[in-house]
Design a protein around this ligand. Structure first.
Ligand SMILES: Nc1ncnc2c1ncn2[C@@H]1O[C@H](COP(=O)(O)OP(=O)(O)O)[C@@H](O)[C@H]1O
Ligand SMILES: [Mg+2]
Length: 251
């Protein structure tokens, strides 16, 4: 279970709060969606969950399986099964996708008390998963994300997720450039990863993605807090009414 309690966050070195008392619970086995206007703090929440530098938690707590993660380094959180799909949107010149995924997987396996995979074992695993996702192995020999199209980046993210098998998946679907192909890749990836042992958080500005995912719960994030929660229908209501209601209240 992910439990976020009264979370207050600001950017390091700045006064303005971005998250202002956000509380949320996601039990294992469920897929929750967070929707909200631009600038409401959705990406900030994703970054704070994985422990990205530059943000300061001034109040509240984040518990994963009953344990606070706030003092943990990003690697430790990853080892506890926390994964952000947009964790490595950046290009990593000089590091081949295969090498990158292998070291990430071995690091996670180590903390799970599992042995490292041999090269043939690793290649077999990757080939199977890549084939399923329609990923050309040649693409994985190239440096991570360098020159990838939007769809290719999405595929490679979902591949990372399937290989690492995290128990908490956070997907920050940024507002730009999710074309139909990318949308379908993400939706199929999420649906394939649904499991009673896994909690998933899908962050999205648009309702479109949720036509294909159908979350258990939908939350509206506005002005740094969860302003409304409901079932999958809430996403449809928001599509009609927009976020004006929440933005007015926030002003
Ligand atoms: N590193 C940062 N430095 C300065 N301001 C930031 C930083 N990260 C986020 N913000 C600000 O915090 C607010 C929330 O941003 P963000 O979390 O990206 O929102 P969303 O993902 O919902 O669009 C915005 O006003 C944004 O400008
Ligand atoms: Mg964002």
């Amino acid at each position: 279970m992910l439990e976020i309690r009264d979370l207050h966050v600001k950017v390091e070195g700045e006064e303005r709060e971005i998250l202002k008392g956000l509380s949320l619970k996601i039990p294992k086995g469920e897929v929750h969606a967070i929707m909200g206007p631009n600038g409401s703090g959705k990406s900030t929440l994703a970054y704070v969950l994985v422990g990205r530098d530059g943000y300061e938690v001034t109040k509240g707590d984040i518990l994963w399986n009953g344990e606070s993660v706030l003092e943990m380094e990003p690697e430790e959180r990853a080892a506890k099964g926390i994964f952000l799909a947009f964790q490595y949107p950046i290009e990593i010149p000089g590091v081949a996708g295969l090498t990158f995924m292998r070291s990430a997987l071995n690091a996670v396996r180590k903390t799970r008390g599992e042995a490292e995979l041999t090269t043939p074992e690793f290649m077999k695993l990757i080939k199977e998963k890549a084939h399923k996702l329609n990923i050309d192995m040649e693409m994985l020999k190239r440096p991570v994300n360098v020159g990838f199209s939007g769809g290719e980046k999405k595929r490679s993210e979902i591949l990372q997720m399937e290989v690492l098998e995290p128990s908490l998946c956070v997907m920050d679907e940024t507002d730009s450039g999710l074309d139909i192909d990318a949308l379908r890749i993400v939706a199929e990836g999420v649906n394939a990863m649904r499991s009673k042992d896994r909690a998933m958080l899908v962050i999205t500005h648009y309702q479109r993605l949720l036509n294909h995912i159908v979350p258990d719960r939908v939350h509206v994030l506005a002005d740094g807090r969860i302003r409304k929660s409901g079932g999958a229908n809430l996403a449809l209501e928001l599509e009609k009414s927009g976020y004006a209601e929440f933005q007015e209240e926030a002003a």
